[in-house]
Design a protein. Structure first.
Length: 136
């Protein structure tokens, strides 16, 4: 079985999380009255951006390998308390982000990781993820 866990050797220097939105369509009449059709009770398209400052080439290589492995078979990235969730103590936020909870959200890369070389062997890295609802 292939491991799709995000590498856990370095804690993120920065993290940005945006909760998802509920899939819905809003119809507005000329008089301003609104009707809303909601297509589910789960928020989708949450985003998570992890930033890593001054990391070595080995960690960057691990992240790029994870990106390739996850996307070659169209799988999901998994996070735990030792990788993308390091430093999050609030249980509710941890439950929202973590994979495999009752939330049903599955995380995918939202594009390739961005690497900026600071100096030879030292890099800044940014990874952006988007959550999709898995209705299994």
């Amino acid at each position: 079985m292939t491991d799709y866990s995000f590498p856990d050797t370095v804690a993120p220097s920065s993290r940005s999380f945006t909760a998802g939105e509920y899939p819905q369509t809003v119809f507005e009449a000329q008089n301003g009255a609104k009707s809303v059709i909601r297509y589910g009770n789960k928020a989708v398209n949450a985003t998570l951006t992890l930033g890593f400052t001054n990391v070595n080439d080995s960690f960057v290589s691990d992240v790029l390998f994870n990106y390739k492995t996850v996307n070659s078979k169209w799988n999901n990235v998994t996070f735990g308390k030792d990788n993308g969730l390091q430093g999050i103590e609030q249980l509710q936020l941890r439950d929202l982000i973590s994979s495999g909870t009752n939330s049903g959200l599955k995380w995918r890369y939202d594009g390739p990781p961005k690497v900026t070389s600071v100096q030879p062997g030292t890099n800044n890295l940014s990874c952006k993820f988007v959550a999709c609802y898995d209705g299994d």
